[in-house]
Design a protein around this ligand. Structure first.
Ligand code: MV4
Length: 447
């Protein structure tokens, strides 16, 4: 096992990784920008290295500085957290060239899944259902019109290097298609430097359901059930839950079996997430994420499995600590993302936290690096913590979540806590009756 791990991230996820290391007897190295000298991840780590100025491009994304930090401290492995360099295949390769272990999948798998066309083709071959659409990329209007003729309208034009919704355009008729293609091409070129496009049948009100997977280097590959991430605004998830209120046991067993079978052929290593849209009882693959995700704690809550510990074990060449048969699902979990943002306008609200008190009690987990007296810097994303609540069933989970939100005190900055309180009172949310556009529609009413 590693003796020392460098955590190439900040905020709550850096703490999350530190905690797993600490329990495993592994020393940690925090890295930080000059804006994060007072951050909790720096205080908790065994050692810390300043890697650059506030802008992420000069610090948390600065590969030479991170390699130097490993060499100075003797860290043998790097955990990238999420965001930043977590899905950068080149970073994984450079670490390997320096005999440093990247705690994550192989560079080849990161690269494959980063190309949405190649990813779709790969999982389709393994028996995963995909959204009907173009076989590979589309270049000409004529080609696009032919694809749409096959699938029927509306269609969605997507960027091969996309994700997060950028470079995506809906065409509701043949007349709209050429415009959608050129708009998507321009946006994709600007955002990713790659204007390769593909097309899919547009699903109008699906749910976003993702399946957590884990695979080791000893030929074991398992799934840890699904998370429902349909509550989102502008492609930012707001609340996630497991299990999905939309799936019955048969649908859950179906997607679990499909994913397990595919994982055996994928040769994947580490933790990952296979994302689906779910509409009218059917699953359609959209993307695979090759990182630990923000919402991983909801899966941890219902399975009792420490996903970061498993990542570290797998990267060190050990077997994962459980088999598929040993995985048991218990109760219901919901995560609320606590952002330093105005709860109606979502305007970022950096600044000094003047008072801070977290909820506790049975089934309540808070992952956060915030504290009273902490100044949230304006340079990074606004996630300051996550409230994860577990109960024996969804109703108990909701009761506990409502109580936890009432207990949570974050003064001095705006947060999303008031939004969650409103949401808890909403009958459709209470019934689990929502889809990927539901929150944006709810916000129009609430504002
Ligand atoms: C779709 C879709 C409808 N039909 N694909 C958005 C980001 C990217 N990851 C995939 N996305 C979508 N793909 C087809 N064929 C609707 C979305 C989508 C979405 C998906 C998941 C979560 C939130 C979303 C919000 C808007 C659109």
């Amino acid at each position: 096992m590693f003796e020392k791990v460098l955590i190439a991230n900040r905020g709550e996820i850096a703490l999350r990784v530190h905690r797993a290391c600490q329990e495993m007897g592994i020393k940690t190295v925090a890295v930080h920008s000059t804006a994060d000298e007072d951050a909790m991840h720096v205080r908790l780590a065994d050692e810390s290295v300043c890697i650059g100025p506030p802008q992420a491009s000069e610090s948390y994304l600065n590969i030479p500085a991170l390699i130097s930090a490993c060499e100075i401290t003797g860290a043998e492995a790097v955990h990238p957290g999420y965001g930043f360099l977590s899905e950068n295949a080149r970073f994984a390769e450079i670490l390997t060239e320096h005999d440093i272990t990247f705690i994550g999948p192989t560079a080849d798998h990161i690269r494959l899944m980063g190309d949405k066309i190649a990813a779709k083709a790969a999982v389709k071959r393994l028996g995963i259902p995909v959204v009907p659409g173009s076989e590979g990329g589309v270049t000409t209007d004529a080609q696009a019109l032919a694809v749409a003729e096959e699938t029927g309208y509306p269609v969605l034009v997507k960027a091969a290097s996309g994700g997060g919704g950028r470079g995506m355009k809906v065409a509701r008729s043949a007349a709209e298609l050429p415009g959608a293609l050129s708009a998507a091409r321009t946006e994709a070129k600007a955002a990713f430097g790659d204007d390769t496009l593909y097309m899919e049948k547009y699903l109008s009100q699906p749910r976003h359901i993702e399946v957590q997977v884990v695979a080791d280097s000893h030929g074991h590959a398992v799934h840890l059930g699904e998370r429902d991430c349909s509550l989102q605004r502008r492609h930012q998830k707001v609340l996630e839950e497991a299990p999905s209120p939309a799936l019955n046991d048969a649908a859950r067993a179906e997607i679990g079996a499909i994913v397990s079978k595919a994982m055996k052929g994928l040769g994947y290593l580490g933790v990952g997430t296979i994302e689906f849209l779910y509409e009218n009882g059917e699953f359609f693959f959209i993307e695979m994420n090759t990182r630990l995700q923000v919402e991983h704690p909801v899966t941890e809550a219902i399975t009792g499995i420490d996903l970061v510990r498993e990542q570290i074990r797998i990267a060190a060449g050990l077997e994962m600590s459980f088999t598929q048969e040993e995985v048991t699902f218990s109760g219901h979990a919901i995560e609320c993302r606590i952002n330093a943002e105005h709860s109606q306008t979502f305007m970022p609200s950096p600044g000094l936290i003047t008072d801070y008190h977290t909820p506790g009690g049975l089934g309540v987990r808070v992952d956060s690096g915030a504290y009273a007296g902490y100044r949230i810097p304006p340079y990074y994303d606004s996630l300051i913590g996550k409230l994860i609540v577990h109960g024996r069933n969804r109703n108990e989970c909701l009761m506990r979540l409502r109580r936890s939100l009432d207990e949570f005190v974050v003064d001095g900055v705006d947060t999303t806590i008031p939004l969650f309180k409103e949401l808890m009172a909403e009958p459709e949310f209470q019934n689990g009756d929502y889809h990927i556009h539901w929150l944006e529609q709810f916000l129009e009413k609430y504002n």
